[in-house]
Every structure is written in structure tokens, then in C-alpha cells.
Design a protein. Structure first.
Lengths: 327, 285
């Protein structure tokens, strides 16, 4: 038998395989985004000229096709998109010529702030309600907790947002999102007020699955031997709950939070529109209504990269909270 | 211990024992006649009829859920919107389930490069938030109901690939499958007659849950103006229109919102009930 050389070990180390799989996933995503937005019938010309396309002469159409670069083969189009994406400008808007990078620079922080607030609120609410529920399975408080989880899952974000906006603006005459958006550096207090409600809406959506996962993970851990041992040796119940039970239930909760972060980015599309926040979601929607396919393509790609990065981050957090996963 | 009854009757028996399943089924079954009535046009008013003399009237004997800013009957529009949402969502889930099961079962059974390709592809699709991907696809497809259904279908296909591929991987190593291979059965026969029935349980549960997500995604798309187009009714679109009227006419917002929530709650409970009935090892509580 031949021994494993150092080179082989280095090549198949978890770090390298992980990086490789992220790379192939991103490559797959880029191909998928490209196929979905380019091959499907209807192109930029019919998109931007609508029914007026009919009055264009074949000469004009072919000039336009050349101008937009869609007379090239699909592979060439893909390559040129990836080139402009990787060049750092992320592609250019057809109509205004502004680079997607410039748009993204102002939009991305808004969405990330929103997503962070949503995740933090969601995790706090989810774990709290989950613990509240798991304390006495089958009791009334468990029922109330589970009802919260179910409703939080079933009420769409746009319904909740519309409801909040209506009540706040008309009953309490308080609607910070009616003013121009402020970044946390310009006006932290205003920014907080503008982020509070959209963050809450997203947080509730995150709380539902986190609550369910917390509840079932806790119920599973409570029966473990080491918990009984802890009780037996006289550890105060509160300490058992937090240090022994909750800590050992964290893995599924972290996984669920990581997964939810992705959905939260999607929810941000709708919430940003309702609360007039100039984030990535609004960038996508604007690009779609203006038929800026390059912008849609690059923005969607950035969303996917964000999502994949969060997955990697979740993986790293695992290792921190569970020393058993070292490989 | 008594052996578990695995027949359909047995599954029904277990389903009845699940409280959430029974409540969920009740909520969902309530929607079926409602949708059928609207499909046949058996509604108190035409959902598109505008009545200039009864604009934004509250709920009354004539207009059960009140009227909207064009004097259209909200009750009829809600039922009609419900039917449209269900049509799109059911079609979408069928597309996702058929595509996902075929790809997942084949990937799991054939293995090798085909499996790698399928898994990588579904990982790639998984990396998008559902509504965002559906938005992107719809923006290039169009806004006809089948366009919405196709895009939501594509979005939810990877879930079915995962759900069906996993059990196939473990089932294909079992002795009875090896036995059938030794007997010289063809791959399609083994797949359809021996493997598929054994991976059906998680798929059925997944169908109920996906249907509830599809309804949420569809109404989200309609809310953003990329699903059902006005003047046709759709629950998401009605909520979107209610944004400007809800302040002084609560019924324009409350009823369509209530219907979306009730259906989604119902389908989730049905999913829980099915899980309890078909797969006791993974009981929800």
C-alpha cells in the first residue's frame, strides 16, 4: 500500500474541499442565473421597447442586438457577463450606464443591517418562545407558544407590514419611513426608527422556525442522562436549563438560523418595498420593472453569494459551539 | 408490541389521532367548496363588477365582506382570488414534485456523475431566497398564471430532489432491491415498483408543506405586481390594493389577509398530521 503523501493530505483537507465546493456551487449559480434570465424568450430589446419593437427595421434590430451584445453566442455572453462581474464593477446598467457596483454600495448595507436586526430579533423571540413552550409540553403555555409559531409562519410578511403601516400611520400618526431614508451614520436615531418595524416583521418570520426547532431540540435534550446527572448533583434548575440543556440544543438552532437568513433576504425584497428602504430588494425590483437584465442578474448573484457566505459562516459557528465537530 | 398497520386505512387511523391534522384538514376542506363555487361562477356578485354607488362600503347583508375602492364585492373577489392562488400553487407544486422526484430518484439510484450534477444543481437553486428567484424567473417569463406556476415550480424543485434522493440512497442498499437486481429486473421496474413506494411518505408530507409555501410565494408575487394582473382578483393583489384604503376601510385588508393565513395554517397542520400518520419516528412533538 502506498502511504498518503503530504500533498494528497493538503489537497483533500476539509478547508480545500470546502473551498472547492463553494467555488463549484457559485459557478453553478452563475450559470443558472444566466440561463434563467437570458435563454428564456423575450430579450432586452422587446423588453425595453415593448410593442414598439414592431416598428424597428431589421437593420435597427440587428444594430441594437450588437449594441447590447446579444448577437454573440450564449457562451460569449456568459463570459462577458462574468468578466464584467469579476472586474469589480459587477456589470453596468443598460439605460443609465451606472455600474451595478455603485448601486450595490449604497443598497447592500441597508439590506445587511435589516437582515441582522431581523435575525437578532428573530433568534431572541424564537428561543424565548421555544423555551417557554418546552417548559411544560402539552400545557396551555405550550399551546400558546405553538400557536405563535404557527401564525408567525403563516401570516405573510406583506400582510404584517401593511397592517403595521396602516395602524401606525393612521392610529398613532407615527410613520418614520415616510421621511427620506437615513443611514446610521447620518442620523442613528432616525435610522433606528426606520429599521425597527421592517426588522420586526422579518424577525417574526425567522422566529417561527427557530421557535419550533428550539422547542423540539430542548425536549430531546431534557431526557438525556447528563441532564439528570446535573439535577442529581444539585445544580440549580435555572443553571441546568441554560448551561446544560440550552447549550446542547444550540446546534439545530444555529443551523435553522443560518437557513432562515437566506429566506430573510428574500423577505427583505417585499419589506423594503413597503417600508421604502433603498436596499438590495428594491434594487432588484427596480431593475425588473425597468427590464435592466444585467442589473437583475448581478444583484441576484450577489444575493446568492451572500447566502452561500452565511452558510459557510454557520459552519464555522458550529465548530465553535460544538468541540466534537473538529473535522 | 402491536405491528404497525401500514395500509391506507391504517394511515387514516393514525391521521385521525393527530389533533392538528384534523383541524388542518377542516380548515383546508373549507376552502375546496369555496374554490369550486368561484370556478363555476356561483358567487354572490361578479368579482369584476364595479358599483359606483357603493364604493368602500362596510360589510353588510348585500356585500358580506364589504366593497373595495371600485365598489367591487370583496367576498366574491376573495373567493375568486383564492381559486386563482390555489390553481397556481397546485400546478407549481405538481411541477416541482414531478420534476424533483424524477431527478431525485434517478440521481440517488444511478449515482456517479449524474448524481453529482443533480446535487450541485439543486444546491445552486437552493442558494436563492424563494421569492427572489421566482421574481427573477417571472420577470423574464411573463405574468400569465402558468408563468407564475412554472417559476414557483422551478424554485421548489430542489426540495423534492432532496426529499426523494435521500431515502433512495438508503433503500437501494437493502436486500430486497439487491434481490430484484439479481432476478434481472430492469432499472425502471425496480425504481417504479420497488423503490418509489418506499420513499413516498416523506414526499407526501413535503407536498402539503410546499403547497403552503407556494401559496405564500404566489401571493407575494401578486403583491409585488408580478403575479395575477388587475382587474383580476388575487389575494396578494387585494392586500396590495388595500394599502391605500385600509386606513378607513379595514375590511379591504382584513378579509384577504385572513384567507391567506387560514389556508397556510391549514396546510401546515395537514403536513404535521400527515407526518404523524405516515412516519411515527419523526413525530412533530
Amino acid at each position: 500500500m502506498q502511504g498518503i503523501t503530504r500533498l494528497q493530505r493538503a489537497l483533500f483537507s476539509p478547508f480545500v474541499t470546502k473551498t472547492f465546493s463553494i467555488f463549484t456551487t457559485l459557478l453553478g449559480i452563475s450559470v443558472f442565473v444566466f440561463i434563467v434570465l437570458r435563454i428564456i424568450p423575450g430579450n432586452t430589446i422587446t423588453g425595453s421597447f415593448g410593442i414598439e419593437t414592431g416598428v424597428l427595421t431589421p437593420q435597427q434590430i440587428s444594430e441594437l442586438r450588437h449594441y447590447y451584445g446579444i448577437d454573440q453566442s450564449l457562451i460569449m455572453q456568459y463570459v462577458s457577463w462574468i468578466k464584467s462581474f469579476l472586474s469589480g464593477q459587477l456589470g453596468y446598467s443598460f439605460s443609465t450606464g451606472v455600474s451595478v457596483l455603485k448601486l450595490t454600495k449604497s443598497a447592500l448595507p441597508v439590506t445587511i443591517e435589516l437582515a441582522l436586526i431581523g435575525t437578532i430579533l428573530g433568534v431572541i423571540m424564537g428561543i424565548a418562545v421555544g423555551m417557554f413552550s418546552a417548559r411544560k409540553p402539552g400545557s396551555f403555555r405550550d399551546f400558546a407558544g405553538q400557536l405563535f409559531g404557527l401564525l408567525a409562519l403563516a401570516i405573510p410578511g406583506f400582510v404584517l407590514s401593511t397592517g403595521i403601516v396602516t395602524v401606525m400611520a393612521n392610529v398613532f400618526h407615527y410613520f418614520p419611513n415616510g421621511f427620506e431614508y437615513m443611514t446610521p451614520w447620518e442620523n442613528p436615531w432616525m435610522n433606528f426608527q426606520q429599521m425597527m418595524f421592517p426588522g420586526l416583521v422579518l424577525g417574526i418570520a425567522v422566529a417561527a422556525p427557530v421557535m419550533r426547532t428550539t422547542r423540539s431540540a430542548l425536549l430531546e435534550t431534557v431526557d438525556k442522562d447528563f441532564v439528570r446527572t446535573a439535577h442529581g448533583k444539585g445544580v440549580p434548575p435555572r443553571k441546568v436549563a441554560l448551561k446544560h440543556v440550552l447549550r446542547n440544543s444550540l446546534i439545530p438552532i444555529v443551523t435553522m438560523t443560518g437557513i432562515q437568513f437566506g429566506y430573510l433576504l428574500g423577505g427583505a425584497v417585499i419589506v423594503e418595498k413597503i417600508f421604502a428602504l433603498p436596499g438590495m430588494g428594491r434594487q432588484v425590483l427596480d431593475a425588473i420593472t425597468k427590464r435592466e437584465y444585467a442589473t437583475v442578474q448581478s444583484t441576484v448573484m450577489i444575493f446568492a453569494i451572500l447566502f452561500v457566505s452565511v452558510n459557510v459562516l454557520t459552519d464555522l459557528i458550529y465548530r465553535k459551539i460544538d468541540p466534537r465537530i473538529k473535522k | 408490541m402491536k405491528k404497525r398497520d401500514k395500509s391506507v386505512k391504517g394511515a387514516l387511523h393514525y391521521y385521525h389521532q393527530s389533533t392538528s391534522g384534523v383541524i388542518g384538514a377542516g380548515l383546508v376542506f373549507f376552502m375546496i367548496p369555496a374554490s369550486i363555487f368561484s370556478a363555476f361562477g356561483w358567487l354572490p356578485h361578479n368579482p369584476l363588477d364595479q358599483n359606483i354607488d357603493s364604493i368602500l362600503k362596510g360589510p353588510s347583508g348585500k356585500f358580506w365582506f364589504g366593497t373595495d375602492q371600485f365598489g367591487r364585492d370583496i367576498f366574491s373577489r376573495t373567493l375568486d382570488g383564492m381559486r386563482r392562488s390555489l390553481t397556481v400553487s397546485i400546478t407549481a407544486v405538481l411541477i416541482a414534485a414531478v420534476l424533483g422526484i424524477i431527478l431525485g430518484v434517478m440521481g440517488g439510484y444511478l449515482g456517479k456523475w449524474f448524481d453529482t450534477l443533480i446535487t450541485r444543481m439543486s444546491d445552486a437553486v437552493f442558494a436563492f431566497p424563494a421569492i427572489l428567484l421566482a421574481l427573477a424567473i417571472v420577470s423574464s417569463l411573463g405574468t400569465a398564471w402558468y408563468d407564475t406556476a412554472i417559476s414557483i415550480g422551478i424554485v421548489y424543485t430542489p426540495i423534492f430532489i432532496r426529499v426523494s434522493r435521500g431515502p433512495v440512497l438508503s433503500t437501494k442498499e437493502m436486500d430486497y432491491i439487491k434481490g430484484s437486481r439479481i432476478l434481472g429486473y430492469s432499472s425502471p421496474r425496480i425504481l417504479v415498483k420497488h423503490i418509489l413506494p418506499n420513499v413516498l411518505a416523506p414526499i407526501i408530507v413535503q407536498i402539503a408543506l410546499s403547497l403552503s409555501w407556494a401559496i405564500l410565494t404566489e401571493s407575494g408575487l401578486s403583491f409585488l405586481g408580478l403575479g395575477t394582473q388587475p382587474p383580476n382578483a388575487s389575494l396578494g393583489l387585494m392586500v396590495s390594493e388595500a394599502q391605500s384604503t385600509a386606513a378607513f376601510a379595514w375590511w379591504t385588508l382584513v378579509f384577504p389577509s385572513l384567507f391567506i393565513t387560514v389556508v397556510v395554517v391549514g396546510l401546515n397542520l395537514v403536513g404535521d398530521g400527515l407526518r404523524d400518520a405516515l412516519d411515527p419516528a419523526r413525530r412533530s412533538s
